[in-house]
Design a protein around this ligand. Structure first.
Ligand SMILES: Cc1cc2nc3c(=O)[nH]c(=O)nc-3n(C[C@H](O)[C@H](O)[C@H](O)COP(=O)(O)OP(=O)(O)OC[C@H]3O[C@@H](n4cnc5c(N)ncnc54)[C@H](O)[C@@H]3O)c2cc1C
Length: 381
């Protein structure tokens, strides 16, 4: 009999705990969760719909969505993705659907279905769940953790502690990892969040949405580009394509600029053929609020150049962590073997968002968390 301790009850730990207990019914598998419920993030994800996965994992194309594609490819392949989907369908009796962009959601279109299916699976195999139980420290020499004032021994320790975005206390786990003697990117910056711009957004544009193609540059080097919808806020810009661009922005640096080309989207194009148009002639092409903002700039006529200029923004900073879906940073992938074990202490595994590999929106982050948990769980002997 072995004793497995999982710190954190997120999707990564859930998959890991399930796989271990299913393979080794005699092992004691304990999840310690600091919050009053496990899998809380699933409930809020995807606007309550849990965009938990993406077809790109199955097609071997998901690496393109990650900020460290080489590290991603070392851990994940399409075979693992197929195994995960089959596990969710068969073991957890969870049904899903896929939209045109390959994003996968619970068939019920409610995130609670995924949370409940995972919970049911954990109960079925007999994983023990301890709520309101924050793991305070790890003694890797003696294979113990301190939780609820007591020392608990482990044979395997799994760290599925997530990041610092949204509702998490900054740095709450820094001391937990500090004596493991591993390399950690401690610069836990927000990502998948709105951006503040140096330019103030003209008041008519506050709340306006515009479709087109966003491009992110730093010092004239193009870092990212995506067709999508931008949402204007008083002090900046938001929307999925802006969230995705934030993955490639380091708040410690400056010189980031976003341009937005509103002349083409969804395969349709408008062209001024080099001409300037009176602003009143733009009413059938752009939202009234945008035309109003151009008027307030003092323009009478505008060509494509002026319109692109009005949609160019220098980035001041990202919105803070509480407005972000994920935090950048975490345990460096090079500290981990292909089964997510620390190379320095193979009985300790690190999963999901706690690893410094992150992705754009679309089910990639939760997908990575689930996959890391499954792969790590399978490797426990
Ligand atoms: C608003 C929002 C929307 C999102 N939408 C999507 C989406 O649609 N698609 C997608 O792919 N991703 C989405 N994400 C990101 C996704 O939720 C995460 O990538 C994913 O949950 C990471 O899983 P994890 O298991 O690594 O960590 P988490 O889900 O963060 O779980 C970690 C758990 O560990 C617990 N914990 C931490 N420290 C300790 C400790 N010391 N002791 C005990 N317990 C501890 C935490 O309380 C938490 O329950 C969203 C995130 C947010 C905030």
């Amino acid at each position: 009999m072995k004793r497995i301790i999982l710190v954190g009850g997120g999707p990564s730990s859930a998959l890991c705990a399930y796989q271990i207990k299913k393979k080794h019914p005699d092992y004691e598998v304990n999840i310690f969760e600091s919050d009053d419920q496990i899998l809380k993030r699933i409930l809020i994800s995807g606007n309550g719909r849990a965009n938990f996965f993406n077809n790109a994992f199955l097609e071997g194309k998901a690496f393109k969505a990650f900020n460290n594609p080489e590290a991603f490819n070392r851990f994940i392949d399409p075979q693992a993705a197929r195994k995960l989907i089959s596990l969710l369908s068969n073991d957890f009796e969870f049904s899903y659907y896929r939209d045109e962009e390959g994003r996968m959601y619970p068939f019920s279109n409610t995130s609670a279905s995924l949370r409940d299916a995972l919970l049911k699976g954990l109960r079925k195999v007999g994983v023990n769940i301890f709520l309101n139980s924050s793991v305070k420290s790890i003694d890797s020499k003696n294979h113990t953790v301190l939780v609820n004032g007591k020392t608990q021994e482990y044979d395997y320790l799994v760290l599925g502690i997530g990041g610092y975005a949204y509702d998490r206390k900054p740095d709450s786990n820094s001391s937990l990892l500090s004596n493991l003697n591993i390399k950690i990117n401690n610069d836990f910056q927000p990502a998948l969040c709105p951006l503040k711009t140096n330019e103030s957004i003209p008041s008519p544009m506050d709340g306006m949405r515009l479709k087109g193609t966003l491009s992110l540059y730093r010092l004239n080097q193009k870092l990212y580009s995506e067709e999508g919808e931008i949402l204007f806020k008083k002090d900046g810009i938001s929307g999925i394509c802006v969230f995705d661009a934030s993955l490639f922005i380091n708040d410690a640096l400056n010189g980031y600029r976003i341009t937005f080309d509103p002349f083409e989207h969804d395969g349709f194009k408008v062209s001024f053929n080099g001409a300037s148009k009176s602003l009143d002639d733009l009413v059938g092409i752009f939202p009234h609020s945008f035309i109003q903002a151009l008027k307030e700039k003092g323009l009478k006529k505008a060509g494509e150049k002026e319109i692109r200029e009005a949609l160019t923004f220098n980035i001041h900073s990202k919105y803070p962590l509480k407005y972000a879906q994920i935090s950048l940073g975490g345990v460096l992938p090079q500290c981990l073997d292909n089964n997510f074990s620390l190379t320095s202490s193979p009985e300790i595994k690190v999963l999901g968002e706690a690893i410094d590999i992150h992705a754009i929106c679309g089910g990639f982050n939760m997908g990575f968390a689930l996959l890391s948990g499954m792969i790590a769980g399978d490797s426990v002997d």
